[in-house]
Design a protein around this ligand. Structure first.
Ligand code: MN
Ligand code: MN
Length: 475
């Protein structure tokens, strides 16, 4: 049962490939810090490789043939792509699934205010997904997202990533005055409602004339907020009430970096679960042999329970399969059900990497180690596997065969010790179709922190594993 450290297995040629794919991965992380940006980045990647939009083919009355590459986007936040195989779709697909939303702070609908002492302008936030709130203070933050205006136009916002951009931050009490604060439990030391983003501190200066007008009088009351609103109007052409129809996400500012003297790791925001999204898309694009149709499904809202039209619980995926089969000439309700039930899936999500500083939370025989390859989680869940998908032994056996034949380094793990914690993924939702699904992915250190860490070797092995699965699985 001994596990291999992937780094010990590489020759020059594989190291070159490993570095290339990790350089691309970092760029992917930098370009896609929100689910919308991820979808845009992925559509650019796949269109360059000949993928065509399903909806366009429907409109043009086209048919779909073996070997065709098709994709469909749901509300700019989820995307599914298909590479049509030789076999009928009713025989099932090989599906690579992952999520492209990540924990962050969302701007509230009515967010902008000036503090009662009129010293700062701030944006009120509501955190998204599971975060240790104390990790999000005092670091440079960027604002990404969209402001949808009543006239139908959508303003894209991305502030804080370029060298010359300003950044934003949430304050924390200086250590000299923090005696009382530090007595609090870590869950309470920074409260959710206190995660207010500081966005300005300079009052607008009004001329004597302006001060006499109604507008000037209103501005003078909250002069710092007024200054911020003027800038928003000038730079982005939106008004305060346009926040009502905005989706603005606050994320750590800056690029993903190589980490360690040996540059063996990547430190970056949003690696849960964009590390699996990236490796899935890359594998999908590199698939050569397609007896069975290969599918890559990247969804939103996993961090808040896979809800909503763009989450895994939505019918979006099922509808896309039905439309696809309509264009391949295979559509019937029964065939759609068969296509789904006969599919097999790698539900890809990150796994907890062993942390040497918190050894007591892990059971060493069943823990994922960074650098030891792609991770299979037969089950996830908490308190007696509750809420878990728990994959079939026969399916796991088939995957072992495929991975061993291709020499892919993998490991099996649970998320920490029994009853210490737990988590969920999209696996149990896809399993509802009666298909074989297993959780798999990349081990991550500092999961859900502003900066998460992965091993370059694991990114590489996971890409190789997904490709081998896409080409080789045949249940
Ligand atoms: Mn995840
Ligand atoms: Mn997560």
């Amino acid at each position: 049962m001994e596990r291999k450290n992937a780094w010990e297995t590489y020759d020059e040629k594989s190291l070159k490939k490993l570095e290339k794919i990790n350089a691309e991965y970092r760029e992917f992380l930098d370009n896609g810090k929100t689910e919308r940006e991820c979808v845009d980045t992925i559509v650019n990647m796949i269109e360059a490789e000949g993928y065509r939009e399903l909806e366009a083919l429907i409109k043009e009355g086209k048919t779909i043939e073996k070997g065709d590459k098709v994709y469909s986007v749901c509300m700019n936040k989820a995307v599914v792509m298909f590479h049509i195989g030789k076999e009928p779709l009713a025989n099932g697909m090989n599906i690579l699934g992952a999520h492209i939303d990540s924990p962050r702070l969302d701007v509230k609908q009515n967010p902008l205010f000036e503090d009662p002492d009129k010293k700062f302008a701030l944006l009120d936030t509501h955190y998204y997904g599971g975060v240790k709130k104390y990790q999000w203070v005092t670091i440079p933050l960027a604002i990404h997202g969209v402001v949808a205006k009543k006239d139908g136009t959508v303003v894209e916002v991305n502030i804080g990533e370029e060298e010359e951009d300003p950044v934003f931050f949430i304050s924390d009490l200086l250590i000299h005055l923090a005696g009382e604060q530090l007595e609090k439990k870590a869950a309470k030391v920074i409260e959710g409602e206190a995660l207010d983003l500081i966005v300005g501190s300079r009052p607008i200066v009004l001329s004597e004339e302006e001060k006499e007008t109604d507008e000037g009088k209103a501005k003078a009351k909250e002069a710092i907020k007024a200054g911020v609103l003027d800038i928003l109007k000038e730079t982005y052409d939106f008004e305060e009430d346009d926040f009502l129809s905005a989706e603005l996400e606050i994320v750590p500012a800056g690029k993903a970096r190589e980490a360690g003297f040996d540059r063996s790791m990547i430190l970056g925001y949003g690696q849960d679960d964009r590390v699996c999204a990236f490796t899935s898309v890359k594998a999908m694009l590199d698939v050569k042999k397609t007896d069975r149709t290969v599918c890559c499904l990247l969804v939103d809202k996993e961090e808040i329970g896979s809800v909503g039209a763009t989450g895994m619980q939505s019918r979006f995926f099922e509808n896309a399969v039905a439309e696809l089969m309509n264009l391949t000439g295979e559509y019937s309700e029964l065939n759609v059900r068969r296509a789904l039930a006969n599919s097999c899936m790698l539900s890809s999500d990150v796994s907890a990497a062993f942390d040497p500083s918190y050894r007591s939370c892990f059971e060493m025989k069943n823990t994922a180690f960074m650098g030891y390859g792609m991770v299979f989680n037969k089950y996830t869940g908490a308190r007696g596997k509750s809420g878990s998908n728990d994959a079939n032994a026969e399916y796991m056996a088939q995957l072992r065969r495929i991975f061993d034949e291709k020499g892919i380094i993998y490991q099996t793990a649970e998320l920490g010790k029994v009853d210490v914690g737990g988590g969920g993924t999209i696996a149990y939702i896809c399993a509802l179709y009666g298909m074989n699904v297993i959780d798999s992915g990349v081990a991550v250190l500092n999961m859900h922190a502003p900066w998460e860490a992965t091993s370059k070797a694991d990114v590489y092995e996971t890409y190789r594993g997904y490709k081998a699965f896409a080409e080789g699985a045949s249940i």
